[in-house]
Design a protein. Structure first.
Length: 527
């Protein structure tokens, strides 16, 4: 799931992770070949990356994703399918892949790379890959949990693996990329001792995590994997991810040469420009409100579609985007971002700012005198707090009172979500496929649907989407998106750009169309 942490693009699933702690993607591709790794470089330097937080776990089944969170994993775990800088799929441990004809999107076959080895020197075989995928499917509690449920894998000879899903799944290729973790293949040694996965790595990536050289919560050291199949891709004697939670401190560390890159925010742009720091930006998330109580179980008014639409008309998205994000935010009416299958440009401006219309809709629905509802938000993320306060103020002007409760950390937020005391939730959310988004937010059993409500019209549209083909997948995803927007089960407010700041010496850093950085293994340091 993806709440957006203040200094990293963390996909929508992190809200799901918070719920789990309390008690509990891209275009479909029939096949791919080609691609390649970056050019050689001498192992003469250390790459240092500043991260806003420590990894939740090194276990692919437990970790979060997005931004530097993904980096902790992808340095050591070579995925089955890579993501190229242009957003397309590229070979990883698999060189070819695609759905099996005639199986209605339920079977997916991989052809594996020959000669790849894990960091312990054992071969990456079809059996090893199948065992890892089966372990992941059965044990995952992280962002991909709902999307991989029930998927099984079996080896077919020495170099092929067949995945079978219980129902049509249009994003199997996406699940096997670094951002969704399922393709992070774990060796037999790791699977034999699952408890070890949390604090060590058992992958086939270009680097290996070194616990003995690291300090939990402070810095994490990675050294080259001597068995990696493409030694020319290894550019550094070590890669260090240093935890610096304060943006100002991270910028100071970058300017003094202590770190080479970090994910920051719009308040640092002027400082970066004056210091000659490189700035990279790309839209990677949105902030707004998720109306969890759209059936009106806690607040009856929210069970009325006209009321929910009125709330959307009452919000001045343009003013909030400018005030909170400056040039790095744009107003939005839909719960997703450009670059994903669900995003539909024609849905923007569905709810133009019109407080008079909002008041009339409330009156027509029988709530002319207003009503109130309770909302919990992540107060530890400054921009979310500002957006929530602004929205609450604007809703108050049409007679709706929002009772705000701020959660100071993810664990607290998860507890609040599980309490069934809140009608709505607000937090930054990352763009992702319609399949993942819907499974996390709107279907019965979704982690951010604690009341198990059903969105009118959604089940049939979502079923059509899950059975879609390459040719019509985006259209089917956008049909689901239109229902979500028309039913107004969320109040998206602003799309925000992720900002990365880097030393002028850093080469090869790129952001893909969804605002995520390419693999740090493909960066180099020049003069």
């Amino acid at each position: 799931m993806a709440i957006l942490a203040s200094r990293a693009n963390v996909r929508g699933w992190r809200a799901v992770a918070a719920v789990a702690a309390a008690g509990t993607v891209a275009a479909l591709l029939a096949g791919c070949s080609g691609g390649g790794k970056s050019s050689s470089s001498t192992q003469a330097t250390t790459l240092t990356i500043a991260a806003s937080s420590a990894p939740g776990s090194f276990d692919p089944t437990k970790d979060s994703n997005g931004g530097t969170q993904t980096m902790y994993q992808e340095l050591a775990y070579e995925p089955l399918i890579e993501k190229a800088a242009d957003g397309s799929y590229a070979p990883g441990l698999a060189t070819k892949w695609g759905y099996v004809a005639g199986q209605e999107g339920k079977q997916f076959e991989l052809t594996l790379r020959q000669g790849a080895k894990f960091a312990d020197g054992t071969a990456v075989t079809a059996e090893a890959v199948a065992n890892s995928l089966n372990y992941f499917s059965k044990n995952v509690t992280g962002p991909s949990a709902a999307s991989v449920k029930g998927i099984t894998a079996q080896a077919e000879g020495s170099d092929k693996v067949l995945l079978t899903a219980p129902t049509p799944n249009p994003i199997i290729a996406e699940l096997l990329t670094p951002y969704n973790l399922a393709g992070n293949v774990m060796s037999a040694a790791g699977l034999a001792k699952p408890s070890a996965l949390a604090n060590a790595t058992f992958g086939a990536g270009p680097y290996v995590y070194q616990p003995s050289q690291s300090v939990t919560g402070d810095h994490y050291v990675f050294t080259p994997n001597k068995y990696y199949y493409d030694q020319k891709r290894i550019h550094f004697k070590e890669v260090v991810i240093k935890v610096i939670s304060n943006n100002t401190s991270a910028m100071q560390a970058l300017r003094s040469g202590q770190v080479d890159v970090f994910a920051g925010d719009s308040t640092q742009v002027s400082t970066a420009k004056s210091a000659g720091v490189k700035i990279y930006s790309g839209t990677n998330g949105f902030t707004g409100l998720f109306i969890m109580d759209w059936a009106g179980k806690l607040s009856p008014a929210l069970g009325n579609q006209q009321v929910r639409q009125a709330l959307n008309y009452a919000v001045d998205r343009k003013a909030i985007a400018k005030a909170v994000f400056g040039d790095y935010g744009t107003p939005t009416d839909q719960p997703n971002t450009p670059g994903w299958d669900a995003y539909d440009k024609s849905l923007e401006n569905t709810y133009s700012y019109d407080p008079a219309k909002a008041k009339q809709l409330l009156k027509d629905a029988g709530y002319g005198n207003g009503f109130s509802f309770a909302l919990v938000y992540n107060s530890f993320e400054p921009t979310t707090a500002k957006v929530v306060q602004a929205v609450a103020d604007q809703l108050g002007k049409v007679g709706v009172t929002v009772k705000l409760t701020g959660a100071s950390n993810f664990s607290e937020l998860g507890t609040d979500l599980s309490s069934n005391k809140f009608s709505a939730l607000s937090l930054g959310w990352g763009g992702q496929t319609q399949f993942v988004n819907t499974n996390q937010l709107w279907v019965q059993g979704a982690s951010v649907n604690p009341y198990n409500n059903t969105v009118p019209g959604l089940p049939a549209a979502f079923s059509a989407y899950t059975s879609s083909t390459d040719a019509d997948r985006n259209a089917k995803a956008q049909a689901v998106q239109k229902i979500i927007v028309d039913q107004a089960v969320s109040i998206p407010v602003v799309q925000s750009k992720g900002l990365w700041f880097a030393s002028s010496k850093l080469k090869g850093f790129k952001l893909d169309p969804t605002g995520n950085p390419n693999n740090a293994a493909d960066w180099t340091l020049g003069k």
